[in-house]
Design a protein around this ligand. Sequence first.
Ligand code: FES
Length: 251
Amino acid sequence: MALREPALEQPKSFEFSKEAQKRVKEIIAKYPKGRQQSAVLPLLDIAQRECGNWVPVAAMEHIAELLDMPYIRVYEVTTFYSMFNLAPVGKHFVQVCRTTPCWLRGSDAITKACLKRAGTKKLGENSADGNFTIVEVECLGACVNAPMVQINDDYYEDLTPEQMAAVMDDLAAGKKPAIGTQIARQNSAPVGGATVLKAVPKTKPAVKKAVAPKKATKPAEKAKAAVKKAPVKKPATAAAKAKTTTPKKQG
Ligand code: FES
């Protein structure tokens, strides 16, 4: 797909905006000395947001310089994650989930509806008005509400082809359609309400009589009690000793 390869037309240079520079500094400072390269993902994300949803080569080079790492390492990261686009895309980047649960629930029809509304013939193509780019991706983790799509940072779920077109109409008109499920359900709860744990138990569960805990004794008190209990051995007196010793036989 074209979005996974660097665009032929590239800007000559890239700089983070002043506001983004502050954020970049904060992110880099989170990592221990010598480990700043770990900031590559959040920096690429900021660069993509600054460039209108794609990462130019100049941005990758700039990030490589900032993090003191080879450009090829930044390139590898950017091309590995499908969240980064290497070519310009439409204002609304539509990712249609096509993995099994969404596919079984009609993701093919959703893709068709998207392409029709955008007026594009194939996936990855930008619409003539610059509003949309449609791609297909693997599971986005909202399978319970399949079929679903991600548009920029938002999820739209429980879609029909008609609802999909309506969402895109709103976006094209500059409106903000409701995100999440497009049907009457609470988040990812079952359609029509709860299906289990609905009955209230008739009998009250038996309650065990609470036993008062024994009063805890302090260690000093314990020691005193032990001394009291122990029998006191009297030291043997000299007279008592004399009584117990057998007299020696005389002559
Ligand atoms: S299969 Fe589509 S969100 Fe998981």
